[in-house]
Design a protein around this ligand. Structure first.
Ligand code: FES
Length: 203
């Protein structure tokens, strides 16, 4: 490898923090949707890169359907959920129950202003901070009574601080304190299964 190429790769490693999702080992923990979801920290980010709010690269090959991880970006928790077909099918069923079903309030980049609030329908990318007063909502991903949210629950997130509820696209329910949907951070795909949080494609 030439010196120039080595230098470039070192700089890239510093600029982006890279996270691998380990499928087989993590699946048992992560697939238990009622269990707490681990907060995955980056692989040795430099203090300088961290301070600058470096983008975070996440390899998604191990993130199986139904699994969710939490990564840190700019000091915030960012959720990455691999939605199953049944999770996606639940979204149009609750349009009448959410405040902003078509994402008119700009809580997402334009490329995520669609019915699933994401670039790829199967992957949801959200900042995991409640839009009421900033608590961290809990994952209530199961559909139906198993989540403890009632038999008609379609899966989503529940903020225990004041009772706000969000669906599996981060859309806020009507009649709760949170005023708007959860935020979708800037992101883009570097390849089929490689996600970059904190940067987006230039127009
Ligand atoms: S901070 Fe989430 S409901 Fe108040």
């Amino acid at each position: 490898m030439t010196k120039t190429k080595e230098k470039f790769m070192d700089e890239e490693t510093t600029r982006r923090r890279r996270i691998l999702v380990i499928g087989t080992g993590a699946a048992g923990v992560l697939a238990g949707l009622g269990a707490s979801v681990p907060f995955i920290s980056s692989m040795a980010p430099s203090a300088k890169a961290r301070a600058a709010g470096a983008p975070v690269e996440v390899e998604l090959t191990g993130l199986e359907p139904g699994m969710m991880i939490t990564v840190e970006w700019r000091g915030k928790p960012v959720w990455v959920l691999h939605r199953t077909p049944s999770m996606l099918a639940s979204l149009p069923e609750i349009i009448s129950k959410v405040q902003d079903p078509s994402s008119q309030v700009p809580m997402q980049p334009k490329y995520a202003m669609n019915e699933h609030r994401s670039i790829k329908a199967k992957y949801l990318v959200l900042v995991g901070i409640c839009t009421h007063l900033g608590c961290s909502p809990s994952q209530k991903l199961e559909i139906g009574g198993a989540a403890g949210m009632g038999d008609d629950w379609k899966g989503g997130f529940f903020c225990p601080c004041h009772g706000s509820k969000f669906d599996l696209a981060g859309r806020v329910y009507k009649g709760v304190p949170a005023p708007v949907n959860l935020e979708v951070p800037p992101h883009m795909y570097l390849s089929e299964d490689s996600l970059l949080i904190g940067e987006e494609k230039k127009a």
